[in-house]
Design a protein around this ligand. Structure first.
Ligand code: NAI
Ligand code: MG
Length: 342
C-alpha cells in the first residue's frame, strides 16, 4: 500500500509535430488520474537538433539512464542528413530487446470486434542489425545488394523467456511462435528452436504453438481470435504489429513499449503527423494507452485499468472522438471529457 503513494521519476520526451499537443493532454489526464510519475522533461527529435545539435542529446540519455523509464512523444527523423533513426539509437543504447505491442478493440463497429492480442517483437537482432552492402559488378556500383540477418541463441532465449513470463504474469493462455524456419532454416530456425526449448518450462501454464509467418499474416485477417500472444523476430514483428494495429482501428489507437533489463520506453506507434501538427486535433489515445502500459510496467495496475476504462467510456459511451475516429472533438476537448470520466 505504501507503494501507491511513492513517486516514480520518469523521463518525458515531448517530441515533434503533434508531440507537444498529445503530451500536454496526456499529462493533464495522468495528473487527474493521480499517476505516480515525476516527469523530467528532456529534449529529443527535430527540436533537440536545433537547440542541442543532436536529435538525441547526452542530457536526454543521462536522464533515461537515471530514471530507467520514459514516455516518448513522436520524433521526426531528419531526412537526408544521414542521421540514424532515433528510435533505433534508443533501442541499442538501452538494449531494449522486447517490443511489446498490444492490440485491443475499443471503437466498436469496426471490421473486427473483441480483439485482444499482444505481439512481442525481438527488437535488436534479425535483419535490422543493418549489415548491408552493395557489390559492384561491371561498373555498376549497385549490381548486387547483400544483407545479413543476425540471430543469437542468447538473444532468442532472452526474448522467449521474457514473452512467456509476460504471458503468465498477465493471465494469457497461449503463445504462438511466428517464424519462417522452412526457408530461413538457420536464422529463424534458431529462433523457433530456442523459443520451443525455453517453452518447455512453461508447458503446464501455457499452450505454445508455432506458425509460419505468411500463414500467420493470413490467419490474422481470417480469424484473429484464434491468437493470444504472438512471439516473433524483428522484421516479421515490425510487419505483423502494424497488421494487428489495423485490426483495431489503426495507428491512432496503437501503443507500444520498448523494454530491456535496465530501461523501458513507452510510446505511441504513430509518428509526428506534420500534416495536422499545431491544429489541436490530434488523437491522444495511442499515447494514453502507452501511459497505461507504463503504469502496468511499474505495477500500478489499478491506475492503468482506470485509465483504459475511462478512455473506452469516453469514446464508446460518451461518443467523444477526435477527427481520425470520425468525431469532431479537439485534443483538449477529448482530454476534458476523459477527465470528467475519471
Ligand atoms: P505519421 O504516423 O506521423 O502520420 C501518418 C498519418 O496518420 C497522417 O495522416 C497523420 O495525420 C495521421 N496521424 C498520426 N498520428 C495521429 C494522431 N495521433 N491523431 C490523428 N491522426 C494521426 O507517419 P508519417 O507521416 O509517415 O511520419 C511523420 C514523421 O514521424 C516522420 O518524420 C517519421 O520519421 C516520424 N515517425 C516517428 C515515429 C516515432 O517517433 N515513433 C514513428 C513513425 C514515424
Ligand atoms: Mg514499424
Amino acid at each position: 500500500m505504501s507503494q501507491a503513494s511513492q513517486r516514480i521519476p520518469a523521463t518525458l520526451l515531448t517530441g515533434d509535430g503533434i508531440g507537444p499537443e498529445i503530451v500536454h493532454a496526456t499529462r493533464r489526464i495522468l495528473e487527474a488520474l493521480g499517476a505516480p510519475f515525476d516527469w523530467d522533461e528532456q529534449p529529443a527529435g527535430l527540436g533537440a537538433m536545433e537547440t542541442h545539435g543532436d536529435p538525441l542529446p547526452e542530457c536526454t540519455l543521462e536522464s533515461i539512464r537515471r530514471t530507467q523509464l520514459a514516455l516518448k512523444g513522436p520524433l521526426t527523423t531528419p531526412v537526408g542528413s544521414g542521421i540514424r533513426s532515433i528510435n533505433v539509437r534508443l533501442r541499442e543504447e538501452f538494449q531494449l530487446y522486447a517490443n511489446l505491442r498490444p492490440a485491443r478493440s475499443i471503437v466498436d463497429g469496426g471490421r473486427f470486434d473483441d480483439i485482444d492480442l499482444v505481439l512481442v517483437r525481438e527488437n535488436l537482432e534479425g535483419f535490422y542489425v543493418g549489415y548491408e552492402h552493395y557489390i559492384p559488378v561491371n561498373g555498376d556500383p549497385k549490381a548486387v545488394a547483400e544483407s545479413a540477418g543476425i540471430n543469437t541463441r542468447e538473444g532468442c532465449r532472452r526474448i522467449a523467456k521474457w514473452t512467456f513470463d509476460y504471458a503468465v504474469r498477465n493471465g494469457r493462455k497461449k503463445v504462438t511462435i511466428v517464424h519462417k524456419a522452412n526457408i530461413l532454416k538457420k536464422l529463424t530456425g534458431l529462433f523457433l528452436e530456442s523459443a520451443q526449448e525455453i517453452g518447455k518450462d512453461y508447458a503446464d501454464q501455457l499452450t505454445i504453438e508455432e506458425r509460419i509467418v505468411d500463414n500467420c499474416a493470413m490467419q490474422l485477417v481470417l480469424n484473429p481470435w484464434q491468437f493470444d500472444v504472438l512471439l516473433t523476430t524483428n522484421l516479421f514483428g515490425d510487419i505483423l504489429s502494424d497488421e494487428i494495429a489495423g485490426l483495431v482501428g489503426g495507428l491512432g489507437m496503437a501503443p507500444g513499449g520498448n523494454i530491456g533489463k535496465d530501461a523501458a520506453i513507452f510510446e505511441a506507434v504513430h509518428g509526428s503527423a506534420p500534416d495536422i501538427a499545431g491544429k489541436g486535433i490530434a488523437n491522444p489515445c495511442a499515447l494514453l494507452l502507452a501511459s497505461a502500459m507504463m503504469l502496468d510496467h511499474v505495477d500500478h495496475h489499478e491506475d492503468a485499468e482506470r485509465l483504459r476504462k475511462a478512455l473506452r467510456a469516453t469514446i464508446v459511451e460518451d461518443r467523444v472522438r477526435t477527427g481520425d475516429l470520425g468525431g469532431t472533438a479537439s485534443t483538449e476537448a477529448f482530454a476534458d471529457a476523459l477527465i470528467q470520466r475519471l
